[in-house]
Design a protein around this ligand. Sequence first.
Ligand code: NAP
Ligand code: HSE
Length: 436
Amino acid sequence: MASTDSSTNKISIGLLGFGTVGSNVYNLIKDQGLEIAQATGASIEIKKILVRDIAVPRQDAPPEIFTDNFEDILDDPDISIVIELIGGLEPAFDYITSSLENGKAVVTANKQLLSQRGFHLFKLAREKNTQIKFEASVAGAIPVIKVLRESMVAADLTSVYGIVNGTTNYILSEMSRTGAKYRDALANAQEWGYAESDPTEDITGKDAAAKMAILASIAFHTAVSLDDVACIGIEHVSSTDISYARNLDLTIKLLGVAKLYGNKINVRVYPALIKKDHPLATVSGAYNAVFLKGNSIDEIMLSGPGAGGIETASAVVSDLVSIIVRREPGAHENVAAWREMEFYPDDEVISKFYLRLEVKDEPGVLATIAKVFGDHNVSVESVIQKDSGAHAELVMVFHAVREASFRAALEKIAELSEVKSQPWPIRVEGNGNEQQ
Ligand code: NAP
Ligand code: HSE
């Protein structure tokens, strides 16, 4: 396949979807055709593009290459690679399955699909002796999948963690940097093309959970699916929390954490408070950063643009190049989950927490709350009390504690008549808890 004469080696591609990423992939291939030909020895042509409605005028590509019928791509014997950029479970799953069954290679950025039905697709690709590549599904332009699959084979990884959602990182950064309102920051993220077509995927942490399932599967060679990842999003993080965090020299980030506890694995997504001098604290806007920690490598941090049309398109093209230059599908190509691992229970994880509570401004309230925590072996590290109009506000930071004990205490706290707000705790990273 890898010939140096690109004029005789033409590769035809079917592109599914012409949205934020799809249109950028088309333009990137057009603009960088010479570079791609030099790197692969092949000239690449996007022969057909699947869209929902061909009547919609589109400036970038000639109208005759658009189709609204997937069979036009599937049945075209010249098309050897299909790039899926429509997102969602169906019909993406059906299109990818049929493409692989027809022996076509596939590139996709669809983390929701991969984290729920990826293992079926990887198995099918192996059976059909073809490839499925998905660099763009995690951390945008950062080549973390390639690094995990190739460079970390002997790294004996113990944890993979970081910021893997650009939209929420952009929102939290803007709220913290400029005091922007949550809604305005989200609208900007949508305008910039960072958000999913349904942005609740981003906000609720589900997008990050899907990416962590993919990363954990590759890092630890075991099947981790979306359902195995507990996730908390940023919907309860308020500008008040952000400003308290600033006063405590902390910053709020949505973290994804996949970690081994002995021979068990735990994978989660949650908002966390981290020290301002931690490298993750400086990762702002739609940037992502992933830490890889292993017995043979100490720690490696990869960071860069985690979302956006052109950034993601560059990762799609990198997959295209690796498919063309290497036509041999190996076990690692297709994410062999070659071992089974038990999951380490969330309840047993030790974490530090921050908690802001609105309480009645009366004598004895603090003592009542402190007693509930004490009864559950939860130890308070610091408390700030502020008057906030009708109520008092307590901002508490706790010493590292077993999560089950903390949750049990919180349930009791929520039942107290003195407590006027729903308790939404935020983990505090970087001070003697499990990631460090
Ligand atoms: P998008 O802008 O919403 O584009 C999706 C495109 O697919 C739309 O143009 C849509 O057409 C089309 N489409 C949907 N269903 C279709 C169908 N059944 N047949 C034909 N076309 C269909 O989304 P995107 O941001 O490009 O994301 C595409 C994929 O990349 C998703 O899996 C996403 O998770 C992933 N991704 C995105 C980013 C990013 O920064 N945007 C980064 C990494 C990964 P209509 O316009 O008619 O709806
Ligand atoms: N919506 C995703 C994000 C796109 O904001 O990170 C990149 O996967």
